[in-house]
Write a protein that binds this ligand. Structure first.
Ligand code: NAD
Length: 363
């Protein structure tokens, strides 16, 4: 495996394997992806090329979707942000992300409708305002886009949908035009359609994973689906790498304590959201990992604490509240019925802050 050299806006850390037909010449540096080192792996016709490439490129290799069609490219790059635009910077998650970025020594530009103070470079106004966002993008090489109305109940349906999707389109489109190569966007577990469904709805199976079909029936979930589609567009059109973090309920410890009390009093509470949670500090760290991990292309990823916010055994909760839903993997103890393996594999993300709950028998 070869070492990469420093490249503009990032660093190629791992080897890069390019699958060619035997004898085919390849150019040893791709200005589009910034990958500096290429290893050629001749393959016989019919050989499973992905496996061969993966072996050569390393465990954390990701497929470079924009590779020319004659060959498959697997590579791994880490991204080193130098100036990060955070939208929704005045919000709950935005504030936590600003703290993580400060700790990591990254230069930050904030954007929100309100300026909470404390950030030197701050743009006040709408993330859907093209001129404002274009100005905020100056010198930025990484975007963490969090600005959104975070629940369908916080506005009229058209307001929630239009605000969220317009902001995401303008931010990612302007980022691409400014040459930004990496973005993280806040998606949601709500994209499943389950948490805010106006009708009773259950997951197709458990644990929920990224392959599970969506059952969208509210404007907030639809806005997150459109946001992820926008991410796909800029990845395909502009080669931007985008991580869409599908967050569950986020909270600081005091907020989680109150939610845990509600979960204890009502075992069915949270069934439509898999009883899941994530500490705000972990959510902010997931954003940082999404901004820096070695990857390319678009990655919608569920992230959650490994346990639930309910004191009761998960399999008992599922049997009572989600009867008949196929359970594909063991759900020991209070484990959350969400498969977060993809986020672990791609970002190295694992929640560090567990909310302590004393287990109890389901009453
Ligand atoms: N909090 C949760 O439990 C949760 C769960 C899943 C996903 N999310 C997502 O995470 C992100 C952050 O959520 P949060 O909890 O920090 O919400 P929040 O309401 O605390 O913060 C959102 C911020 O975005 C700003 N904003 C909204 N629309 C804007 C626009 N058009 N232009 C400029 N600023 C705008 C608001 O002023 C606010 O400061 C959102 O995208 C939300 O959908 C949150």
């Amino acid at each position: 495996m070869s070492e990469g050299r420093r490249v503009r806006g990032g660093r190629a850390l791992a080897a890069y394997a390019m699958i060619t037909q035997p004898g085919q010449e390849v150019t040893p540096s791709d200005p589009h992806t910034g990958v500096a080192v290429i290893v050629t792996v001749p393959v016989r016709r019919g050989q499973p090329v992905e496996q061969a490439a993966r072996r050569r490129a390393g465990r954390r290799a990701a497929c470079l979707d924009d590779a020319p069609f004659e060959y498959l490219c697997w590579g791994a790059m880490s991204h080193v942000p130098s100036r990060v635009l955070v939208t929704g910077a005045a919000g709950r998650l935005g504030s936590a992300v600003l703290r993580v970025l400060a700790a990591q020594g990254a230069a930050v530009v904030g954007l929100d409708r309100v300026d909470p103070g404390g950030t030197e470079a701050f743009f006040t106004g709408s993330a859907g305002d093209v001129d404002l966002v274009a100005r905020a993008m100056a010198g930025v090489d990484t975007v963490i886009h969090l600005a959104a109305i975070p629940r369908p109940t916080l506005g009229a349906p058209e307001e929630v949908f239009v605000n969220n999707v317009a902001a995401t389109f303008v931010v990612l489109d302007q980022a691409a035009r400014a040459g930004v190569r990496r973005a993280v966007i806040a998606s949601s577990l709500s994209i499943t359609g389950l948490p805010f469904s106006p009708h009773p709805a259950v997951p197709d199976y458990l644990p929920v994973d990224e392959a599970m079909p969506l059952q969208i029936a509210d404007p907030y979930a639809l806005s997150k689906q459109a946001d992820e589609a926008t991410a796909e567009m800029v990845a395909r059109r502009d080669g931007m790498a985008v991580v869409a973090l599908r967050f569950p309920m986020l909270g600081e410890p005091e907020f989680l304590a109150e939610e845990a009390r509600i979960h204890r009093d009502d075992p069915g509470h949270g069934a439509n959201a898999m009883w899941a949670y994530l500490d705000m500090r972990d959510a902010a760290m997931a954003c940082w990992l999404g901004a820096t991990a070695a990857l390319s292309g678009v990655h919608p990823l569920y992230v959650a604490a490994p346990d639930t916010l309910s004191p009761y055994p998960t399999q008992d909760l599922v049997a009572r509240c989600l009867p008949g839903v196929p359970v594909r993997a063991p759900l020991p103890g209070r484990s959350v019925p969400i498969d977060t393996a993809a986020a672990r594999a791609l970002l190295g993300f694992q929640a560090a802050h567990h909310f302590e709950i004393t287990p109890a028998e389901l009453p």
